[in-house]
Design a binder for this molecule. Structure first.
Ligand SMILES: [Zn+2]
Ligand SMILES: [Zn+2]
Length: 288
């Protein structure tokens, strides 16, 4: 018999996204903030530290008022993340397992929905709240998540944070990282612009640039630090946008604008090309 050495856990949003976390998250980063959590497991004997698994949400029973108050959405049923076991305290009939999120599908807007989850897990596992699964099921989850196209969703504008006594608009490195992955590490102005292999990604080196500059955040109710607004550029094209001569910048912006405007609209960052141009007049758009 094939070894079932991956773990499968169900999470209850009532407990998991409990009061003490509620003030700290927005719709898009619920799981992101939650690095570890302890589960009660029963009748599971072969859990070990380092073991991997998948996390499923079955039903979100949180009251509408509570969701509204904290500006979060009701969670659909589906597979939300993969995890690694970082601690396990066994008991005779029960035990406590502590996990750390490895891949947060929710944060990437790529969760496996109810139907797909049922299809992959089959009726047997789908009905259980915990248990072991085959490696083949674990791999299938990944395969299917990769096949889901990233969905652009609006995010509310962030609050300023204080850095060295100065208020700055916070940047989410994850948004940039994912934007470069989505662009397949190519320069979005000219995909033949190859540079060198990045030490960090082992891919063609590119830089993320906010099409609507972060410095203009105040003009938008929604977050401009989202991947729909981050383009991947080779270092030369990137510098050109910041320091180039007017006409060249104008042409490059128009090209990027027509590629991105539909995605920008999806995240409530509707802007005209003319308006975008005005943000670039002073050649001091952003610092990265
Ligand atoms: Zn830039
Ligand atoms: Zn380029």
């Amino acid at each position: 018999m094939e070894k079932e050495n991956y773990l499968y856990l169900m999470c209850n949003p009532d407990k998991w996204f409990g009061e003490k976390h509620l003030d700290n998250y927005k719709t898009n980063d619920i799981l992101y903030n939650l690095s570890s959590h302890a589960w009660s497991v029963s009748h599971l004997k072969n859990i070990h530290i380092g073991m991997l698994g998948i996390l499923k949400v079955s039903r979100d029973d949180r009251a509408i008022d509570l969701l509204k108050k904290h500006n979060v959405a009701k969670l659909e049923s589906g597979i939300y993340a993969t995890f690694e076991v970082i601690d396990f305290i066994p008991d005779r009939i029960d035990g406590k397992v502590t996990i750390k999120i490895v891949d947060n599908f929710f944060h990437q807007n790529r969760i496996l929905n109810k139907e797909k989850t049922k299809e992959i897990l089959g009726d047997k596992y789908n009905a259980q709240s915990q248990g072991y699964i085959h490696k083949s099921i674990y791999d299938l989850v990944y395969e299917n998540v990769q096949a889901i196209t990233y969905i652009d969703l609006p995010k509310l504008r962030k609050n300023l944070i204080v850095q060295e006594a100065v208020e700055v608009y916070p940047r989410d490195e994850e948004e940039k990282r994912e934007a470069l992955i989505l662009a397949k590490y190519k320069c979005e102005l000219e995909e033949n612009h190859m540079t060198f292999t990045s030490n960090a990604t082992s891919e063609n080196y590119v830089e993320g640039h906010h099409l609507i500059p972060i410095s203009q955040y105040v003009h938008f109710d929604n977050d401009v630090d989202v991947r729909a607004n981050i383009v991947s550029l080779c270092p030369t094209c990137h510098r050109m946008l910041h320091y180039g001569e007017k006409e060249e910048v104008h042409n490059a912006l128009s090209a990027l604008y027509s590629k991105r405007i539909n995605r920008l609209k999806k995240v409530n960052l509707d802007i005209s090309l003319e308006k975008l141009h005005t943000y670039y007049k002073s050649n001091e758009v952003c610092k990265n």
